[in-house]
Each structure stands twice: as C-alpha cells, then as structure tokens.
Design a protein around this ligand. Structure first.
Ligand SMILES: NC(=O)c1ccc[n+]([C@@H]2O[C@H](COP(=O)([O-])OP(=O)(O)OC[C@H]3O[C@@H](n4cnc5c(N)ncnc54)[C@H](O)[C@@H]3O)[C@@H](O)[C@H]2O)c1
Ligand SMILES: O=C(O)C[C@H](O)C(=O)O
Ligand SMILES: [Mg+2]
Length: 602
C-alpha cells in the first residue's frame, strides 16, 4: 500500500477518534445511529438515541439533586469539559439558576477550594485554562502555541483572553493560582451571554507566587510555592506574557481581571493605548454601575436634580475609583458639568476614613484624584461620621467587607433620603455590604438597590408585593463590550466605547422592566442586551475611525447618524446582525461531526 494511503487512512482514524473524544464535537447519547457506526461507538454508548432536550432534562435532574453549590459547580465543570454543547444549552436556557453557580457567588467558593477539587473538573488531557508561571519565562511563546483546549481538529484561534494573577479574587484576596476559576467563569459568560464561540476563549492565570499563607502551607496547593515576586519582576513578566500572546494571536482581545488595585491601574495605564485590552474591574464595573446609576437617577429625578447627587463610595480600590471616574463622564456628557464640579459630587472612604488631601498619610496614586480638599482640616473616620458630614443621596459599597452597611447606616440613609440609592457591590455574597432584605426593612422598603451578587426577591409584608433587587455586576457589560470589539476590531478600547456600552445597557430595559423600576434588564435577556451593548461599541468605534473590520465599516458608515442615536430601523438591523453572529449550541453548522464522518468515507 502506498505511503500516502497509509497516512491517509491513519489521518482518518485519528480524525474519527478525535470526533468521538472531542468535548466540543461529541454528542454523547444524542449521536445518531449512522454516526455511531462510523465512529465505532455502537456498543460503547447505551442503545437509546436521545435529543439534546432529553439530555438536558436528565442533566438538570442530576444537577438539582446535588447537595451543595460546590458540587453543582463541579458537576457543571465536568459537563463543560465532556459535552460542550449540552453544557451551554443548559447554561443559556437556565441562566438565572446557573449564573450563581458558574459565577458569583459559587465561583468564589470554587476558587477557595480549587486546589482541592482540581482533578475532578476535567477528564485527563482536557485543560481548564492556560497556566503561565514565572518559571516559564523563557518558553512563553512555545507554551502558548502548544496550548490546545480541544483536539486540534476543533481548535480555533482564540478571540478573547481573560487573564488574572489571582492577587485579588472577588473580595476574597490573594488566592494565587486558585484564581483560575475566575477567567473560566467570565469566559463562560462570554459564551452564554454574548455568543462567543467557546473554542475561541482563552482563560489564563499567571503565577507569580502568592502571599496567602494558607495556600503556601496547604499540601494540595497547585501553584508555585513562594511569595509574590516584586514589581521589578512582575511588570517585565506581564510584559513578556502579553508580547508572547499577541505575537501568537495578533487580534486577541485581552481582559485584565482581578489584579490587585495598584497593578490593575498601572497595567491599564501602560497598555490601554497600545494593546487591544481593557480592565474589567475598573472599566467594566465603571460602565455597569454607571448604567444602573443612570436608571436610579431617573427614578428619583422628581425629588433630586441629577447634578445635586452626593455620592459616597465605601471602598476606594480599583472598583470604587473605576466607578467614580465613570460616573463623572455621565455628569460631564449628559449634564454639561465641568470636571471639577462633577468631581465635587464624589466622596471616597477607605480603611482610614474619608479620603482627604490633608489626612496625613501617603495616599495611593489612584485615590489622589478624588481626595477632598474642602474638609477644612476635619477628618472623618467612621462611616456614620462620614454620612453625617456628606449627607449622601447614594451609598456605594466596594470595600469587600460583608455587613458594614448595618442597621444604623441603612436607617440613617432612609432618614436622609426619600429613596436612598444603596449599592452593596462587593462579591461574593458574604462580602456584600448589606443584604437586599436588610436594605428594604431598614428603609421602609424605599431603597433603590443593586448588589454585585444577586439576592433573592423580597416580599413586602403589608402589600404582598414582590420586589426584585438589581444585580450591578460587570457581567452585563463585558460580554457585549468584548463581542462588539471582536466584531469591529478597533485598535484599542476607548473611553467613548466604554461609555457607549454603559449608556446602551441603561437603555436596554423593556417597557415592562422600566414600569417595575428595574435598574438592570432581566438576566434571561442577556443575549439581546449584549447585542445592544455590542452594537453601541461597534458604532462608536466606527465613528472614532478605529474599526478595522471592512464589513462592519460598510454596514455602519452609511447609517452612522441613525446608529449613533440608537433608534430606528438601521440600528435594529445592526443589533440583529450582531445577534446572528452569536454562537449557539443548537446550530448544527457549527458542529461538523456528521460532515466529517461523511467526508472521511470510513
Ligand atoms: N459588582 C461588580 O461588578 C464588581 C466589580 C469589581 C469589583 N467588585 C467587588 O468590589 C470589591 C473591591 O474590589 P477592588 O478591586 O476595588 O478591591 P481593593 O481591595 O483594591 O479595594 C477595597 C477598598 O476598600 C477599602 N476597605 C476595605 N475594608 C474597608 C473597611 N472595613 N472600611 C472602609 N474601607 C475599607 C480599602 O481601603 C480599599 O480602598 C471586591 O469585593 C470585588 O468583588 C464588584
Ligand atoms: O466577578 C465578579 O462577579 C465581578 C467582579 O469582576 C469582581 O471582581 O467582583
Ligand atoms: Mg473582577
């Protein structure tokens, strides 16, 4: 037999095996009989040929029977790594039930336990994400090139990477390499919420050590066992990773996630103008909270003029400062305020109290901009003292300390305001500054509320009316922002694109949601909402002259004014175009299993 034929046959065998074993292509019990025969799966699979719906039903029964959220997380992780299509069918259809498992709060527990649950998340050979440690410095490019989450037949060039160094995972602190759960969770929302093809997502954890003693002393800890490296090593290593990534994947969008605040601000400042990237905790959170704030401001407009708000941030890290900066844009753009006047509407509090210029300590760089100088030498330490001084209309918690908006604080906010705006945004749920129930009870049900992790609805005792809390989480922004950027391909993510994402999100509520005083759209509608957010990002990048995708340019340019106003037929057409680009687990064209079998004539 000629060599080519032998090779040809070997190729067939290996491609057939890779279909049967591919977490992406295999359909498990939904594999049709003809394909089973071709793949030699008859006898390996039980005889029944099921539909995706039947598989989903069984998986849901198994999922719901799990006794803890962590077990549910592990079950879903296994499903994702063995049957991609079934996993995403379930996550997309049941997002309200699944989001708290694959994302906050359970992803927080999973990160805390990551080194303990690790081998049970994926079958051998299926990676959960890309690990790059400081020891890999000489080989970064090679490691990145060889990383294949699926067999090479279904590997595609990644379009979006979420990268963390595990140093500030949610409000849980430095978790080192255990932080891998976060890039994985974020990218699952990219797929479920914005229809990015799962094969085009790249979760990355860089390991530069950890200062978490518990991890360092844990016999099962999976990261390198040493203290975090100094900045002299940190910045060159991150730079080398980014260079290697972009040399292998030049169009890759990079989302920085859960870096400690100082590094988060520095990395953003260093790369925002020369790399296709954004920081989710600073810009994504800024945009999502701006959006909720815009809707909250509308709700209280008859009592408080928008420019008369007094906004108190409890927590002055990457998220607090990121949100505060984003809010300034709203006052400047929508209300014509000068930067100085807008800045006067914001007060920051950190562990030492109100952030002022003359507090006597050396302020971290990112706090200096908002430090107050109108305090006439007075300093305020406790939150209550600051509240008495500022008399805030809005209280925003981003301090990672659960329960600090206690009964007294909430009551006082209720006394000061007809409808106090209270956003306990820290994650996961145990770190939320207050619960929805406490906020309702202590303000006579008058609070305007959004939290980072979703709380259950509250039933008003007197009326029996059900009140739904808002979820102010960047998950409403990053999927749409990323999708829009991937489609338009601007050179960089700009402030205007971020602002457009926030304002499109604020406008995305249905009449029914507006009537119910929602601040954010229902999570079940996330794909539609992400399409609107993505379209707004696309239009802005075309208007800025930054979009490099010719198809997008020709589609948008001729209808630019209508698209910029986000109304009318042309805008709707663009949103539909974006929706049609979304990956869907039921789209057979994307699962070439049968076609490959047929072509292989085996
Ligand atoms: N809802 C969302 O979408 C979202 C997005 C990003 C971050 N977050 C959450 O925000 C929190 C903060 O993130 P970060 O990156 O800004 O973290 P960070 O650690 O950099 O900042 C925390 C800030 O809170 C202050 N602080 C801590 N304890 C305090 C206390 N008891 N009293 C007063 N101030 C206190 C610190 O001084 C610091 O300024 C985290 O819990 C994170 O999960 C939520
Ligand atoms: O991950 C989240 O749920 C939101 C945010 O990015 C965070 O760091 O808390
Ligand atoms: Mg984050």
């Amino acid at each position: 037999m000629p060599d080519e034929l032998v090779n040809g046959k070997q190729k067939n065998i290996s491609s057939i095996e890779s279909i049967a074993r591919s977490p992406y292509l295999n359909k498990g019990t939904a594999t049709p009989s003809s394909t089973r025969n071709a793949l030699h799966l008859t006898g390996i699979l039980p005889p029944a040929v099921e539909t995706l719906e039947q598989q989903k039903k069984r998986a849901l029964v198994q999922f719901r029977a799990k006794s803890s959220c962590l077990e549910k997380y592990m079950f879903l992780a296994w499903l994702r790594n063995t049957n991609v299509r079934l996993f995403y069918r379930i996550v997309i259809d049941e997002l309200e039930e699944m989001a708290p498992i694959i994302y906050t709060p359970t992803v927080g527990t999973a990160c805390l336990e990551y080194s303990h649950i690790y081998p049970f998340l994926a079958p051998p050979g299926v990676p959960d994400g890309l690990y790059l440690s400081i020891n890999d410095l000489p080989n970064l490019t090679q490691i990145i090139k060889s990383y294949r989450p699926y067999p090479s037949s279904d590997s595609l060039t990644p379009q979006i990477a979420v990268i963390t160094d595990g140093s500030r995972i949610l409000g849980l602190g430095d978790l080192g390499v255990n932080g891998m759960g976060i890039p994985i969770g974020k990218l699952q929302l990219y797929v479920a919420g914005a229809g990015i093809d799962p094969r085009r997502t790249l979760p990355i954890t860089i390991d530069l050590g950890t200062n978490n003693e518990k991890n360092l002393n844990d016999e099962f800890y999976l990261g390198i066992r040493k203290k975090r490296v100094s900045d002299d090593e940190f910045y060159p290593f991150v730079d080398a990773v980014l260079k290697a990534l972009t040399s292998v994947y030049p169009n890759l969008l990079i989302q920085f996630e859960d870096f400690s605040s100082e590094h988060a601000f520095d990395l953003l400042a260093k790369y925002r103008d020369n790399l296709f990237c954004f920081n989710d905790d600073i810009q994504g959170t800024g945009a999502v909270i701006l959006s909720g704030f815009i809707n909250a401001v509308r709700l209280v407009e008859k009592d408080i003029h928008p420019t008369k708000h007094r906004i108190l941030f409890f927590g002055a890290g990457s998220a607090g400062v990121g949100v505060a900066k984003q809010l300034l844009e709203f006052f400047k753009i929508e209300h014509g305020m000068s930067e100085d006047d807008a800045k006067k509407l914001v007060w920051l509090v950190d562990t030492k109290g109100l952030v002022t210029c003359d507090r006597g300590d050396k302020l971290a760089k990112h706090k200096v901009y908002f430090a107050r100088s109108d305090n006439e030498g007075r300093q305020f330490k406790s939150l209550m003292d600051v509240i008495e001084y500022v008399k805030p209309t809005a209280l925003i918690g981003l301090c990672s300390t659960g329960g600090v908006f206690d009964e007294n604080i909430l009551k006082r906010m209720g006394e000061l305001n007809k409808n106090p705006i209270i956003f306990p945004l820290s994650n996961p749920m145990v770190n939320a500054e207050c619960t929805f129930e406490d906020a309702m009870r202590n303000t006579g049900n008058r609070v305007i509320f959004a939290s980072g992790t979703g709380f259950p609805p509250f039933v008003e005792q007197e009326t029996g009316k059900i009140r739904y809390p808002g979820q102010g989480n960047n998950m409403y922004i990053f999927p749409g922002l990323g999708l829009g950027a991937i489609l338009a391909r601007p050179d960089r993510i700009t402030d205007r694109q971020i602002y457009a994402s926030a304002s499109a999100l604020a406008e995305s509520l249905t009449t029914d949601e507006v009537e119910q005083n929602f601040l954010y759209p229902a999570i079940q509608r996330i794909r539609r909402v992400s399409a609107q957010v993505a379209a707004a990002v696309i239009v802005t990048s075309v208007d800025e002259g930054l979009a490099r995708n010719p198809e997008i340019n020709s589609l948008v340019k001729q209808n630019l004014p209508e698209c910029l106003s986000r109304s009318g037929e042309k805008w709707q057409k663009l949103v539909k175009y974006v929706e049609e680009k979304m990956w869907d687990p039921n789209n057979e064209k994307l699962f070439t299993c049968e076609t490959l079998v047929e072509k292989s004539k085996f």
